[in-house]
Ligand binder design. Structure first.
Ligand code: HAM
Length: 428
């Protein structure tokens, strides 16, 4: 006997079908529409890259690189990684295709699957989708404020006002961080025995990563650690002050979290997260970031490119969908409405309805038909199942006289009209 195939999906992955796939597309499309209003271009990069694109950008001290990447050798023994995030691939493409040659701000958005080997839980998957934006070419607090406001605008467009909080911080410029790292190293060295194994390693590679540790997060040692705000250069302080003023002016309701450092190494100065709140449902994602980003003034040059600053963010499509679902924010916009079910009462009429349905679809309507049955009763079951708005009935009489019986399924009205007149009326 043939061995049956394991039909269970891989842990941490999702099958999207029915309303779930409509909800996902709704969320993605709405963000697309908004980005187009900002004259942004879509950028589509590969779902896998040479491993160093991620290891050299996200930082080999980050959890993403150390623990979460799906990395494998391909058949030519090249180390390949399924992208854990979108920014590094966009920066790689920006350089490889010399998208920086023309002057001016470059604005991109992208949407697609990302892969991280994380412990699956509510809102955390191993394959998930991000919708992200990246801006290149301006190192300016006004741009930072506009990008943070864009994230706010997109999330609000889903009706999520009051369901998340915008948290911002600065991790300073290179000089600020250099002094800060020394202070952190000195401080954490005193507590080395109390730190988790990963943090012990982080202490050597990049002490700032300890502040982002998921294990030690709540410990007093972390809470009392030195704060970047006390090590900022005057330039970084001024930049952050200006950013906050601009955010307030733009009406962005934010708060400063001086512990926010983000889990990726490429950021400089501005970092921000949109944290879910007020979700007291089961499997709550309260406290999780639904969207996050920051400025990366040095990443393009780190890849060997010109000195061009970038800033962007990405939101988790599943986390946004999840939050919208919990607050009942999807309405009928995710249900496909069937305008017409065509019923053919004999073989000739059936064939006719197939052709006619295609013509009506070309006019922009959603049509359904039952290919198998010819009895009215069995075909009517489809009308109920898809909750069609109208039914078009064709029997011997209708075909012979070029007529159609139109039944409005919402108010029950039924009339027989000339088919040409009917088609003319729906064209309008
Ligand atoms: P990130 O914070 O790693 O940033 O991820 C951005 C968002 O992706 C998170 O806020 C969350 O909504 C979603 N996300 C992350 N991991 C998972 C997961 N395992 N399951 C479900 N959703 C998840 C970045 O990826 C940066 N590239 C963002 C950025 C763009 N910075 C500058 N430009």
């Amino acid at each position: 006997m043939a061995q049956s195939i394991n039909c269970q999906k891989v842990k941490g992955t999702i099958d999207f079908y029915g309303e779930l796939s409509s909800k996902k597309r709704y969320v993605e499309n709405k963000a697309r529409e908004i980005c187009k209003k900002y004259n942004m271009e879509e950028i589509i990069t590969p779902t896998f890259e040479n491993t160093e694109v991620f290891s050299r950008s996200s930082g080999d001290g980050s959890d993403i690189v150390n623990k979460e990447m799906y990395t494998f050798l391909d058949k030519s023994e090249r180390s390949i990684t399924l992208r854990p995030e979108g920014t590094a691939g966009v920066v790689r493409s920006f350089l490889e295709n010399k998208l920086y040659v023309n002057p001016g701000l470059k604005k991109y958005y992208y949407c697609g699957p990302m892969f991280r080997f994380e412990r699956p839980q509510a809102g955390r998957f191993r394959e998930f989708s991000q919708f992200g934006v990246e801006f290149f070419g301006e190192d300016n607090y006004l741009l930072d404020a506009s990008v943070i406001a864009l994230g706010d605008k997109i999330l609000k467009s889903y009706g999520l006002s009051g369901k998340y909080r915008i948290c911002v911080n600065t991790i300073g410029d290179f000089k600020s961080r250099q002094v800060f790292q020394v202070a952190l190293k000195e401080y954490f060295s005193k507590y080395i025995d109390s730190l988790c194994d990963d943090c012990k390693r982080r202490l050597e590679k990049n002490p700032m990563r300890i502040l982002d540790c998921k294990v030690d997060k709540e410990s007093e040692i972390l809470k009392n650690a030195p704060k970047i705000k006390d090590y900022l250069t005057d330039e970084s302080k001024e930049y952050f002050k200006n950013l906050q003023e601009a955010l307030a002016y733009l009406g962005c309701d934010y708060y400063v979290d001086d512990n926010l450092v983000r889990g990726l190494d490429y950021y400089t100065d501005t970092v921000f997260e949109y944290i879910a709140c007020n979700d007291d449902s089961e499997n709550s994602i309260n406290g999780m970031a639904i969207c996050a980003g920051g400025k990366y003034a040095e990443l393009v040059s780190k890849f060997g490119g010109p000195d061009i600053s970038g800033i962007g963010f990405a939101f988790g499509v599943e986390r946004v969908t999840n939050l919208m679902d919990k607050f009942g924010l999807f309405d009928d916009n995710v249900k496909t409405k069937v305008d017409f079910v065509l019923i053919g009462l004999d073989k000739v009429a059936k064939l006719f309805t197939i052709k006619l349905a295609n013509e009506i679809r070309d006019l922009g309507y959603v049509c359904e038909l039952d290919y198998k049955n010819t009895s009215f009763k069995s075909q009517f079951k489809l009308v109920d199942r898809v909750n069609a708005k109208n039914i078009l009935i064709f029997g011997e009489e209708e075909i012979k006289n070029n007529l159609v019986t139109v039944k409005n399924n919402e108010n029950g009205e039924q009339k027989s009209v000339k088919l040409d007149d009917f088609l003319e009326s729906i064209k309008k």
